[in-house]
Design a protein around this ligand. Structure first.
Ligand code: SF4
Length: 74
């Protein structure tokens, strides 16, 4: 899967740490950036396809992505 969308991410240039939060508050902060991102869908699909376990991707937390994967497997 191509990663060309990454160059257009709203998080480009921001601290990577902000997207690998350790608290719920940190997740919300990252999610707000993702909500304004033009490549949110591509980002989420990439994370799901590659089974990326950690961080906020496509506006979804680790727990939310696990839930989506479980639902798609059912
Ligand atoms: S959806 Fe969020 S994590 Fe993904 S590229 Fe956009 S800002 Fe970055």
């Amino acid at each position: 899967m191509s990663r060309s969308w990454m160059a257009y991410g709203k998080c480009a240039g921001k601290s990577t740490r902000d997207f690998f939060p350790s608290t719920g508050l940190g997740v919300e902060k990252a999610r707000k950036v993702c909500q304004e991102c033009l490549v949110q869908e591509a980002c989420l699909n990439y994370a799901l396809s590659n089974r990326i376990r950690y961080g906020v991707w496509g506006g979804r937390s680790e727990r939310e992505r696990r839930r989506l994967l479980r639902r798609s497997a059912a």
